[in-house]
Design a protein around this ligand. Structure first.
Ligand code: HEC
Length: 143
């Protein structure tokens, strides 16, 4: 009988409880919806300068100016992409095969077959110099 009398109260409380849970989980989600980071530009090597142009033409539409991220792709100047976690091979594989979404909420990366292996090498040089200048260093990957 008591439960029945309290039913409206229980209903109202659980309604607000659920609302609070949804609100909190939206506010504190583990990855931000779009991560755009501040990236300062170092003095680039000549290979990295070539890589910069290639990056701007082929990758920046998603990965952003200075690899700082956009609403279509993550910043590559990010601890996740330190050379211990994502080696140069990861860049070659990403360009050749594309990437299935796994770290971020942006969706899949389409393969960039029109970018040659040599060109990706220059792009990696550019991204690594940006990373180094912005405090992203090799960390051994443990998983
Ligand atoms: C159409 C958008 C788009 C373009 C263009 C694009 N990327 Fe990506 N890229 C993504 C997204 C989205 C991810 C993140 C996938 C995830 O981990 O959720 C990603 C991830 C990556 C990764 C991480 C791979 C891994 O193993 O996790 C690398 C490296 C990368 N991109 C390099 C490049 C390079 C180099 C170019 C240019 C040649 C490029 N991307 C062009 C959208 C793009």
């Amino acid at each position: 009988m008591k439960i029945r009398a309290n039913l409206p109260k229980i209903f109202v409380l659980s309604f607000f409880g659920l609302g609070a849970v949804i609100l909190v989980s939206k506010t504190f989600r583990s990855e931000p919806e779009t991560a755009v980071v501040a990236v300062s530009m170092p003095e680039l090597s000549s290979d990295a300068r070539i890589g910069q142009v290639l990056f701007n033409n082929n990758c920046a539409s998603c990965h952003g100016d200075r690899a700082s991220g956009t609403d279509k792709g993550p910043p590559l100047v990010h601890d996740i992409y330190n050379p211990g976690h994502h080696s140069d091979d990861a860049f070659h594989l990403a360009a050749a095969n594309g990437v299935v979404q796994h770290h971020w909420p942006y969706g899949n990366m389409p393969k960039q077959e029109h970018v040659s292996r040599d060109e990706v090498e220059k792009i990696v040089q550019y991204v690594r110099e940006l990373q180094t200048a912005n405090g992203i260093a090799f960390k051994p990957h443990s998983m």
